[in-house]
Design a protein around this ligand. Structure first.
Ligand code: SAH
Ligand code: SF4
Length: 430
């Protein structure tokens, strides 16, 4: 598929094909390459227990053993079985023979001037076609004064073709496994020194005191999480296990372009916060911006939102609205937005459009965004304008991954020139 053509004519077919993927995409099983022992990092408790039983741990012991290993892997961030002091020597040796505690390889690290960090993560290869080079995804950490947000990916690329989004132009698409999603958080904690007992470095945005840097997760990286819902549900379960990675489900937000039939399950099974990529208030325009709208139009999407389990003023739905100059940013659009959302406990997040090479939109002028925001605010909604973060390292919304090839080439060049990637990007112009 030609990426640019696909972008220029987002078709009903693409929405249909993507929709068929809900039923058809098989759950992805990681690390099945012969001769490569699987990693235990990111597995659910049940999967961990099953692996131990498969290795020969008696069933009656398996729960207790899985609990011990769980603690080391998910609470302490152990990287070596030798650290597991309460696990017997023989079992440790057996574990080391059958499994690893490998994380994805960090293929590149970039730090923005504003402290945002972006990691290019290379997953373990999973089939011979990958030629021993696993899929690559990007993961972004955004430090803030009272929280640290990790933006994770749920798929490699995306089958949808929203016309303003760079990720949708990528050819290679596959679901990530639950473990691969969790491993993004584990790797971020490794990189930031964000495990209990470690001293997070000040330059990672930490206070230098022991505490958690990553406090929030948003599924706003690459991919449509609701096309990979089983894995997302399992990943949210692992990330929020209070004896492990211990994030609060209320601090985990899953963003969707509007896969209506999957929305109730997200609420019931993941109990996560919901964000909707709305971006337009009329079906004709939304059909163009978010082609999936042809299948699930605005009225159906909002009906699913009204019925979202656990909704209250303390648990609001976030509506994302990308500001596109002359396209969706008029006063009339703002008033219609307010009218549409009436009665839904909502936050409205205005996102300045992040341009990418070849994109056909421009970001609305600042005055226009302010005016739009004022109308929304006067109607009683907090309407923060999301400050673009990490633009200099292409880490902002919708800029992910597709620059990877280029960045890698540049990074290699920098290395050859003896200049660190971080130094280069930290000093790069917007
Ligand atoms: N696929 C999911 C989640 C990933 S996209 C979804 O669409 O919701 C995360 C957010 O970034 C979405 O709201 C998406 O619409 C927005 N986005 C995509 N491209 C963008 C761009 N170029 N500028 C600003 N926001 C963008
Ligand atoms: Fe996919 Fe979301 Fe990008 Fe649309 S905005 S192409 S759903 S990642």
């Amino acid at each position: 598929m030609d990426c640019l053509n696909a972008m220029a004519s987002p078709s009903l077919d693409s929405a249909r094909a993507a929709d068929a993927a809900i039923e058809k995409a098989p759950d992805f099983q990681p690390a099945l390459l012969p001769g490569r022992p699987p990693s235990l990092v990111g597995l659910t408790r049940d999967a961990l227990k099953a692996q131990l039983i498969g290795m020969g741990v008696p069933e009656r012991e398996s729960r207790m053993r899985a609990g011990q290993i769980w603690h080391w892997v998910n609470f302490r961030g152990a990287t070596d079985f030798a650290e597991m002091t309460n696990v017997g020597k023989a079992l440790k040796a057996q574990l080391a023979e059958h499994f690893t505690l490998e994380r994805p390889e960090v293929a590149s690290r970039q730090v923005s001037r504003d402290g945002t960090r972006k990691w290019l993560l290379r997953m373990a290869p999973t089939n011979p076609q990958e030629h021993n080079r696993g899929a690559e995804i990007e993961c972004v950490y955004i430090p803030g004064p009272d929280r640290g947000t990790l933006c994770v990916s749920s798929q490699v690329g995306c089958t949808l073709t929203c016309s303003f989004c760079h990720t949708g132009t990528q050819r290679l698409v596959r679901n990530l496994s639950a473990a691969e999603i969790v491993q993004q958080l584990v790797t971020a904690r490794d990189e930031l020194g964000d495990w209990p007992g470690q001293m997070p470095s000040r330059d990672a945005g930490g206070s230098g005191e022991v505490g958690r840097l990553v406090t929030n997760i948003v599924f706003m990286g690459m991919g449509e999480p609701l096309y990979n819902l089983d894995a997302v549900v399992d990943a949210v379960g692992v990330m929020s296990d209070q004896e492990g990675l211990a994030l609060s489900r209320r601090r985990i937000t899953v963003s969707t372009s509007g896969v209506v039939p999957q929305i109730p399950r997200l609420g019931e099974q993941a109990n996560a916060m919901l964000a909707i990529s709305l971006h337009a208030v009329r079906d004709d325009l939304r059909n163009e911006l978010v082609p999936l709208n042809r299948k699930y139009p605005i009225a159906e999407l909002l009906a699913a939102c009204r019925a979202y389990p656990g909704l209250s003023n303390a648990r609001r739905i976030t509506f994302e609205y990308v500001m596109l100059k002359g396209v969706n940013d008029s006063d009339a659009d703002a008033r219609e937005l307010v009218r549409l959302l009436k009665g839904i406990p909502a936050k409205i997040n205005l996102i300045p459009f992040n341009p990418w090479p070849g994109s056909r939109y421009e970001c609305s002028d600042w005055d226009r965004i302010e005016h739009f925001s004022e109308i929304v605010f006067n109607a009683g909604y907090a309407s923060p304008v999301r400050t673009p973060r990490g633009r200099d390292i292409l880490a902002a919304c919708g800029q992910l991954k597709s620059e990877t090839e280029k960045l890698r080439a540049r990074a290699r060049m920098m290395q050859e020139e003896g200049i660190g990637v971080e130094g280069f990007y930290a000093g790069a112009d917007d």
